[in-house]
Design a protein around this ligand. Structure first.
Ligand code: NAP
Length: 205
C-alpha cells in the first residue's frame, strides 16, 4: 500500500520550511510521495478573494507546482483549488480516500494545529480519514502536547505521530513583508518561486 503524505497549506507563498518539513516527513515515515495541496478559499485566512498584488488560488497552485517540480517524490495537486468554495480538510481527505482506496494518507501539520484542529470543520472525519503527523519545533512543551494528543485520541480515536523538526524561522508572512519592503527573499524559497513572484508583481506595496 502506497504511503502518501498530504502537505496542506495556504502556501502564500510556499517556502523552504514547507519543503523541508515535507522531506523530513517523507524520510522519517518512509512515505512514497508527498502531495502538496494548496487551499482554495481559506475561510480562516480570507485568502482566495482577489485582492491587489495577492495571488489567486490558481496562482498559489502554480507557484507550489514550481517549487516541487524537481523532486520526483513530490507532487502538487489541485483538488482544493478545483473544488472552489471554502476549503475544508475533511472533504479533501475523504475525496482522496474515495479516489485512491489503495493508498494510506498521512496529513502533515505544524504541531500548533493540534490545539486548533478541534475547531476545524468535522474534526472527527479528519481523524477517521488519515493519520496525523505533527511537526514539533524544538523547545515546544512535550508534556502539554502529550496531554493534547491523549485528549484527541480519547475523543476522536485520533492516530497522531509526532515528528521532531528543526526550528526554521521562515514564514510566508515574513516573505510577503520582505517583498513589500524591497528586501531580499533569496534562499527563503526556491528560485523558480521568486521569479514567479517577481514576474507577477505579488506582495508589492
Ligand atoms: P500554511 O501557513 O501555508 O502552512 C502549511 C503548514 O506548514 C502548516 O502546517 C505550518 O505549520 C507549516 N509550516 C509553515 N512554516 C513552517 C516552518 N518554518 N517550519 C515548519 N513548519 C512550517 O498553511 P495553513 O493556512 O496553516 O493551513 C494548513 C492546513 O490546515 C491547510 O491544509 C488548511 O486547509 C488546513 N486547515 C483546515 C481547516 C478546516 O478544515 N476547517 C482550518 C484551518 C486550516 P504552523 O502553522 O505550525 O506554522
Amino acid at each position: 500500500m502506497d504511503r502518501i503524505g498530504i502537505m496542506g497549506g495556504t502556501f502564500n507563498p510556499v517556502h523552504m520550511g514547507h519543503l523541508m518539513l515535507a522531506e523530513a516527513a517523507r524520510e522519517a515515515l518512509s512515505l512514497d510521495e508527498v502531495w502538496f495541496v494548496p487551499t482554495g478559499y481559506s475561510y480562516m485566512k480570507g485568502v482566495g478573494k482577489s485582492s491587489e498584488n495577492m495571488p489567486l488560488p490558481e496562482e498559489r497552485l502554480e507557484m507550489t507546482g514550481l517549487a516541487v517540480q524537481d523532486n520526483t517524490c513530490f507532487r502538487c495537486v489541485d483538488i482544493e483549488v478545483r473544488r472552489g468554495g471554502a476549503t475544508y480538510t475533511y472533504e479533501t481527505l475523504e475525496e482522496l480516500r474515495e479516489n485512491y482506496p489503495e493508498k494510506k494518507f498521512f496529513f502533515l501539520i505544524g504541531a500548533d494545529c493540534l490545539y486548533t484542529i478541534e475547531n476545524w470543520r468535522e474534526p472527527g472525519r479528519i481523524f477517521d480519514a488519515c493519520e496525523l503527523v505533527a511537526a514539533v519545533r524544538q523547545g515546544a512543551s512535550a508534556d502539554a502536547m502529550q496531554e493534547k494528543i491523549a485528549q484527541l485520541k480519547a475523543r476522536f480515536g485520533a492516530r497522531i505521530t509526532l515528528l521532531p523538526f528543526r526550528n526554521l524561522e521562515i514564514s510566508s508572512t515574513e516573505i510577503r513583508a520582505c517583498v513589500r519592503e524591497g528586501r531580499s527573499i533569496r534562499y527563503m524559497t526556491p528560485r523558480s518561486v521568486i521569479s514567479y513572484i517577481e514576474e507577477k508583481g505579488f506582495y508589492r506595496e
